[in-house]
Design a protein around this ligand. Structure first.
Ligand code: SF4
Ligand code: SF4
Length: 379
């Protein structure tokens, strides 16, 4: 039976975070089951874009720093790596998120996946057949997912499994978004990537999560927990329930379970430490997700959702930094003379919304869409 631990942790003070992580690891059988002395241990953080830790969009440096220490104490060699959502912005993201400093302070090897090169890896996927994976992800001995507890505009929830989207650096992410523009196809693609990796552990930063229009445009919410598991799929099932979802609504969890890549059914997971009901906090859901509507409306809305919401750039807020332009998978964005999104080209992947650090990419919902969302939120 898969095991997931939940431990309360009220803030990011280093000793508290470290104690909570150690307790959560002890509850699932201890780190020595996962790491042997001398192992190169890749801590896959989430630094999706250049946000400060207080924004709650990225793995908090306290969690990364505590894990670096814990891995060293277990005899492992900690590597800390990721790539941001847009090519060329990872170094900035590692710095602003505080992960670079955490590595300096605690002695972790910082790795920018944009500069390591990639290996082509064949996958027997539903969407993908070959992926280009950052070399350290393949070269390390143990992979550990260190996700942030967040909502997501397209996949509703993002956690331990989706965190591995970042192992594809460079233009690879945009190519996948072109191939997989819907919730269902992107969730399959995420699980395709996950199927090529063999993570040994996941430790989730759920101390302050993100609710609303995640993965970066939402609001921080004090959720006060650390979750750990050797099974990323099981961890996601439990974490999504803590956030007020039904784990059965999270397609990455369902698809990974169906493909026997982990345990995604709550009844088959042993939750140790705190009980889900005792720590559950209802996160506001992302505004584009219509899944809580009555079935007949949900179907109708899903079919028409593309016309009910759109992304636009506010000329007033835009600093013309170019990150959205660089990352748009279908080249729908122009910045000169004025920022503009070609709605005919846009596939609503929300990458621009996720990556804009200035809040200039706005989600516009039609009157009808707003009424339906109000109904959803009241149901
Ligand atoms: S919309 Fe945001 S990401 Fe795009 S150019 Fe303007 S400031 Fe940069
Ligand atoms: S304009 Fe934004 S939402 Fe539309 S396809 Fe480009 S990055 Fe995705």
């Amino acid at each position: 039976m898969a095991k997931v631990s939940i431990v309360k942790c009220e803030n990011y003070e280093h000793p508290k975070v470290k104690t909570a992580i150690l307790e959560s690891l002890e509850l699932i059988g201890g780190l020595e089951k996962v790491i042997k002395p001398g192992d190169n241990v890749l801590l896959k953080v989430n630094v999706i874009a250049g946000f400060l830790p207080g924004r709650a969009a990225t793995t908090h440096p306290s969690v990364a720093g505590a894990m670096v220490e814990i891995v060293k104490e277990a005899g492992g060699i900690p590597w800390v790596g990721d790539s941001s959502g847009a090519y060329g912005f990872t170094a900035q993201s590692l710095r602003l998120s505080g992960i670079e400093k955490a590595c300096e302070d605690f002695g972790g090897k910082l790795i920018n996946f944009e500069s390591t090169g990639t290996y082509p890896v064949k996958v027997n996927g539903r969407v993908l057949t070959t992926i280009n994976v950052a070399k350290p992800v393949i070269d390390c001995d143990v992979i550990v997912s260190l996700p942030k507890m967040k909502t997501h505009m397209l996949t509703k929830y993002t956690g331990a499994v989706k965190n591995f989207y970042g192992v594809i650096p460079g233009s690879g992410k945009a190519a996948i978004h072109r191939q997989a523009p819907t919730e269902e196809s992107l969730s399959h693609a995420v699980v395709d990537i996950y199927s090529a990796l063999k993570p040994g552990l996941a430790v989730m930063d759920g101390i302050v999560g993100m609710e609303g229009d995640g993965a970066t445009g939402g609001t921080p919410i004090s959720s006060g927990v650390i979750l750990s598991s050797a099974d990323c799929v099981a961890l996601d099932a439990v974490a999504s329930e803590v956030m007020g979802f039904s784990h059965k609504d999270i397609l990455t969890t369902c698809f990974a379970h169906e493909r026997e890549l982990g345990v995604g059914e709550l009844g088959k997971i042993e939750v140790v430490g705190e009980k889900i009901n005792d720590v559950r906090i209802e996160f506001k859901k992302a505004s584009r997700t219509y899944y809580k509507l009555p079935a007949f409306l949900g179907k109708f809305v899903f079919k028409n959702a593309e016309n009910m919401s759109r992304v636009e750039i506010s000329g007033e807020d835009c600093k013309k930094c170019g990150i959205c332009f660089e990352s748009c998978p279908v080249c729908a964005i122009t910045l000169e003379p004025e920022p503009f999104i070609d709605q005919k080209k846009c596939i609503k992947c929300y990458c621009c919304h996720e990556l804009c650090r200035n809040g200039a990419v706005k989600l516009k919902t039609s009157y009808f869409g707003r009424r339906l969302l109000k109904q959803r939120n009241q149901s």
